[in-house]
Design a protein around this ligand. Structure first.
Ligand code: AMP
Ligand code: MG
Length: 536
């Protein structure tokens, strides 16, 4: 357990310890065509060969996490392995079986339809890390799809995984982005206009890719033995600190997942991330963000906003609904675990803890966003609420607004212009900044500044604290799209630049002001910039 982590490993120096496939029942069939897979946790598969692969981007931090030497990317086998054309000794390729509730309805078997786990790396600084290729070919879980991924969605997953990490948001990571040289047919908006697009493969990295849906499918099919093995494996490998009987551990595990999920959504709300497809198959037991599909970043403040066109009617997974939807999802995990506890009311009690955990986390997060040293339960909920009311009155970029707010002086005699100037950059439509809006803003700022004076921090200290929780650079949808447009022409400089900017999202970076700008008008309703679908 306490062995020293290895650094600067070559590919051959990677050690694998594949507990998932060792501990859990395998699908006995090796037939790689879509089919129901009863009573198994996974199916062994092979990857599809890419015809003309290229390594186009990688993350140095993830190399580090795995204990890989940075020079490993120059080894031609790195590309071969992480595009899916070769394997390393010790890998055990498989696709996991899971189910899920999609948009509120039980969808039964889903599974890794285009994700293939390579194996579990151990011994590096990041401890156990599972490597998974996304887009490397079909599996028994591919249903009617091809098991492939297009470049645009792979760039989005690669960049956002790493951006989220640097923002301090728990997330799966991305080691590499490779293009395959093969074309993939996609109907981007499901409107009868399929086009050939370049294919790509991302290597994702996480302690495990266990989702709520892994437990749900075993429970839904009454596969008690599988469910028991799944939880025992989960506890042994990923929650070794849990104590007591299996039933005790199930309860303690559930409490942890409830808490880490609530904490995760607090982070999403802090940085303005909208996941877009919070189905239970896209919810990690580690409380990390998983499955970057039609996600988006909130630009103008609108709690009803979702980037996912597939959800445009219901807006189930809109920004403001995320806390509630995560709670709904953990309830589904609770149902799946219920057969394993003696006292279901204890699970219910743990679920009831979600609301408190989220609320106290949210209060603490908002307190920090506003630069207050202490939360005041008497005054601050009203202050937060009034702020969100204000933000809906004119189209306001939330990222720039909170950065500007850090510069608003608290002094009682500050002039009106000195108060308003720092916020000017955050508004999208100057015509909305009429006398009424000015008065409303000054009224809220009056309360805020009085609250700051009571809080007693000096302005410089407050600004510094605020800049540690309010990012300046976020993966704005249009920025990703610009990088994707270049990538589609074979130019990956934009992808690498964006990756580099997002490494230090809280600090002003000289010469990189353009990455902090609000969404330009051309991007307001351009596909990819504000509208995305699940077609990826
Ligand atoms: P998602 O909406 O991306 O979470 O995917 C839901 C389910 O569809 C999962 O089982 C995915 O693995 C599967 N899936 C999505 N896209 C593809 C694809 N291109 N090929 C095969 N399966 C897919
Ligand atoms: Mg998914």
């Amino acid at each position: 357990m306490s062995e020293t982590p290895e650094h600067h490993r070559t590919l051959d120096g990677l050690r694998f310890d594949n507990r998932f496939t060792a501990d859990l029942p395998a699908d006995p069939s090796l037939e790689n065509h879509p089919r129901p897979v009863p009573s198994a946790a996974f199916s062994r598969v092979t990857t599809r060969q890419a015809s003309a692969p290229k390594l186009v981007a990688w993350s140095d931090e993830v190399l580090d996490l795995l204990g890989l030497d940075p020079a490993v990317v120059d080894d031609p086998r790195f590309l071969e392995v992480f595009v899916g054309n070769a394997t390393l000794a010790g890998m055990d390729l498989h696709a996991a079986r899971y189910g899920g509730h999609q948009f509120g309805h039980w969808a039964d078997q889903l599974g890794d339809g285009r994700a293939i786990v390579l194996g579990e790396v151990v011994g590096g600084p990041g401890g156990r890390q599972t490597l998974q290729l996304k887009g490397a070919g079909p599996t028994p879980y591919s249903r009617r799809a091809d098991g492939l991924a297009v470049l645009r969605s792979s760039v989005r997953e690669f960049l956002c995984s790493e951006a989220m990490h640097h923002l301090g948001v728990p997330t799966t990571r991305a080691l590499s982005l490779c293009t395959t040289g093969d074309e993939v047919l996609r109907d981007m908006f499901y409107d009868g206009h399929p086009e050939l697009e370049p294919g790509a493969v991302v290597c994702r990295v996480a302690p495990s890719f266990l989702r709520f849906g892994n437990y749900e499918i075993a429970a839904a099919h009454g596969e008690r033995e599988l469910l028991e093995k799944l939880v025992d494996h989960t506890f042994d490998v990923h929650f070794p600190h849990l104590e007591g009987s299996r039933a005790d551990k199930v309860l303690a595990f559930y409490r942890e997942v409830v808490a880490s999920t609530a904490d995760l959504v607090v982070h999403w709300q802090r940085v303005g991330f909208v996941h877009g497809v919070m189905n239970t198959d896209n919810m990690s037991i580690h409380g990390v963000t998983i499955d970057y599909g039609p996600y988006g970043w909130l630009e103008d403040y609108d709690p009803a906003w979702t980037p996912n066109t597939t959800d445009a009617q219901m807006r189930r997974y809109a920004f403001g609904n995320q806390p509630r939807m995560a709670q709904w999802n953990v309830a589904k995990l609770g149902n799946a675990l219920a057969p394993l506890v003696d006292d279901v009311s204890a699970l219910q009690g743990a679920l009831d803890g979600y609301a408190d955990r989220f609320q106290s986390g949210w209060n603490a997060m908002m307190t920090q966003k506003l630069g207050l040293a202490m939360f005041d339960a008497d005054t601050d909920p009203g202050l937060f609420e009034a702020l969100f009311q204000l933000l809906t009155k004119a189209e306001t970029d939330v990222t720039l607004f909170f950065r500007g707010l850090a510069e608003v002086p608290s002094a009682v005699d500050a002039s009106e212009d000195d108060q308003l100037d720092p916020l000017r950059d955050s508004y999208y439509q100057p015509v909305q900044l009429n006398a009424e809006h000015r008065a409303a803003t000054l009224a809220w700022l009056g309360d805020y500044r009085a609250r700051l004076r009571k809080d007693g921090r000096d302005d410089a200290e407050r600004a510094a604290a605020m800049s540690r929780v309010n990012p300046l650079y976020v993966m704005r949808n249009y920025l990703a799209q610009l990088a994707i447009d270049d990538a589609a022409k074979g130019d990956f400089a934009g992808v690498r630049d964006l990756l580099d900017v997002m490494r230090v999202p809280y600090d002003e970076q000289p010469g990189r002001a353009k990455y902090a700008e609000k969404r330009p008008d051309w991007a307001r309703s351009k596909p990819g910039c504000s509208q995305l679908s699940c077609s990826s």
